[in-house]
Design a protein around this ligand. Structure first.
Ligand code: ADP
Length: 570
């Protein structure tokens, strides 16, 4: 018995005359065929059970099972196999009969080797033609199975539907599947017989051990197992308490079974077993190729399902992350708003606290002249705080609070408001001198806020300056369409890098700063159609000029910034 060249058609040569076997096999191997040989029918049957064959060349007269009977059994296992009989003159009749029943050819002994080669070539060609036809119907069956796999959504249903399909196609009375349930991370055994179904889970150990014992071939190719009991997989199931109910129905079944591995590439999913109540010839007629293909389709579907599950899990966790991000963004916005509100409230509270301190001082000195003034400022500030908080709660845009406001008056108010404050002690406020009437549509509270922030920043910038002066100017354009307010300080000035970031939220260079003052200023200027121009010489001071329209359509100039110490914001 020998096995030669790979990847070609596989032939089996059976003859009880060793010399014939060796001659024929040599000649066919030389012609490029893969040749298996046997010198008796039993050895031949063994090979037929375990190897997919294209052609059997068999002697007719052999001890035990004769060639014709051998081929009959071979056909029940491999219906598409081609057959050539080698015959002596005495068996010519039987050979001709066999051809009637589907053998492809016969060759009379003694024969020429060229004759054998020609017959083999012809028989294989003929067989391929018919095999093509039967593979068409197999394709149809496979596409039926594919439809089934595509419409089934979980791995257990996939496995059960495929088992039913295989049982139906092979007319099996019972079927079991042993598989690894990835979701539950356990081995499961399902047995079907008629309408009944028995499920059980098997312990990890015996299954893994038996799987380790199987040969590579057993893991990949479907096979007919003549004696179930002698197979390690079956022995393990029979010995396993957990499996006893599931395989109970097999006890009355025929002793042989078809074992179909559900595997793809190097991934093993399970085994399907098909059995028959009594008739072992049905087991033999199984089309193992078809079952192999069907099992690998199932394995692909299981793989796809697992990939789909993974994708679903990734999607769910991405979605979770996205929700978290949205929540974080919301929180950040809330945080930003609270910081802005805190900043504004601090300004108001500083004024109230400062005036209360002054009140206390004057009262302790029994100087009553300025008491009314302080009380008025506190009242004013409280009113502004009320307006500010009302605006916060008011969903309508801030511009809706605009009315006709005189900028020069608001400016005077703010100067008198800030000058007594501790922060402004020692700071000289120069100007604006006699103010032109600068009337525009504005929200007075916002304009106060704007000026207050600018005054505070100027005071902070001059903390270390030798000369501490704020110079104010208010000019009405000749056409009276715009007016420009200018505030110049003698502070540290803006560094070019600071200019680029000064109007961003949370940007501050101060130890106790919030980084919202200029953001609020910018928003207020925007809200009034104004334009800000910043001029600064680091170390010498800064000038902020704001131009507002007195009437008509607001300017829509884009904001621009440069590193040279100028900034214009529309
Ligand atoms: P904060 O006052 O909380 O720092 P602002 O937005 O009002 O926030 O100011 C941002 C930064 O701009 C300040 O930290 C400071 O570095 C700079 N800045 C603002 N006004 C002036 C100014 N008049 N002179 C110099 N730098 C200033």
């Amino acid at each position: 018995m020998g096995l030669t060249t790979e990847n070609t058609q596989r032939l089996l040569v059976v003859d009880d005359e060793v010399i014939v076997v060796s001659l024929v096999s040599d000649a066919l191997e030389d012609a490029g065929y893969q040749v298996l040989t046997a010198t008796d029918s039993l050895a031949a049957l063994e090979l037929i059970r375990h190897h997919q064959l294209d052609l059997i060349i068999s002697d007719i007269r052999m001890p035990g099972l004769n060639g014709i009977e051998l081929v009959k059994q071979a056909r029940s296992l491999q219906p598409d196999v081609a057959v050539i009989f080698i015959t002596g003159f005495a068996d010519l009749h039987s050979a001709k009969d066999a051809i009637q029943q589907g053998a492809h050819d016969y060759i009379m002994k003694p024969f020429e080797l060229t004759e054998i080669r020609a017959a083999v070539r012809k028989a294989i060609e003929k067989r391929n033609e018919t095999a093509g036809k039967s593979s068409e119907s197999q394709l149809m069956r496979l596409s039926e199975m594919n439809n089934l796999l595509f419409t089934t959504g979980d791995s257990q249903s996939l496995i059960i539907s495929s088992l039913r399909f295989a049982m139906m196609q092979q007319n099996a009375d019972m079927g079991s599947v042993l598989y690894h349930d990835r979701e539950q991370n356990q081995f499961a055994l399902i047995t079907l017989e008629g309408d009944s179904r028995v499920d059980s889970c098997l312990p990890e150990d015996p299954v893994s051990q038996v799987l380790a014992q199987l040969t590579d071939r057993e893991r990949v190719y479907s096979a007919v197992i003549d004696k179930r009991e002698s197979h390690p997989l079956w022995r393990m199931l029979a010995a396993c308490n957990e499996a006893s109910t599931a395989i109970g129905s097999w006890k009355t079944a025929d002793e042989s079974m078809i074992l179909i591995p559900i595997a793809r590439a190097d991934h093993w999913y399970g085994f399907a077993m098909l059995g028959y109540r009594t008739d072992s010839s049905k087991v033999g007629s199984a089309n193992l190729n078809f079952l192999n293909i069907a099992a690998s389709q199932l394995a692909i579907s299981l793989e796809n399902l697992a990939l789909l599950k993974e994708a679903q899990i990734s999607y769910a966790s991405l979605k979770g992350l996205q929700d978290q991000t949205i929540e974080l963004e919301k929180m950040a916005t809330r945080g930003l708003m609270s910081a802005e509100i805190g900043h504004e409230m601090n300004n108001f509270l500083a004024v109230v606290a400062g005036n209360l301190q002054l009140l206390q001082l004057h009262l302790s000195r029994q100087e009553y002249g300025q008491i009314d003034e302080h009380i008025e400022t506190i009242n004013d500030t409280l009113k502004r705080m009320t307006v500010f908080t009302r605006n916060l709660m008011d969903p309508t845009p801030t511009s809706s609070n605009k009315e006709s406001v005189r900028f020069d008056r608001v400016l005077t108010e703010v100067i008198s408001f800030v000058s007594p404050q501790k922060r402004f002690r020692g700071i000289e406020i120069v100007g604006p001198g006699p103010c032109p009437v600068t009337e525009f549509q504005a929200d007075a509270t916002q304009i106060q806020q704007l000026l207050y922030n600018l005054f505070n920043n100027a005071a902070d910038a001059m903390m270390k300056s030798a000369t501490r002066r704020i110079t104010l100017k208010l000019l009405l354009a000749d056409d009276k369409q715009h007016f420009t307010f200018t505030l110049t300080d003698t502070g540290c000035g803006f560094d070019p890098e600071v200019i680029a970031k000064a109007f961003q939220e949370r940007f501050t260079t101060k130890e106790t700063g919030h980084g919202f003052g200029l953001v609020v200023c910018r928003r207020i200027i925007d809200n009034h159609g104004g334009r800000l121009h910043l001029d600064s010489i680091p170390g010498q001071g800064a000038t902020i000029a704001i131009t507002f329209p007195t009437a008509g359509t607001p300017d829509q100039t884009e904001a621009s910034a440069s590193q040279t110490g100028h900034l214009v914001i529309a």
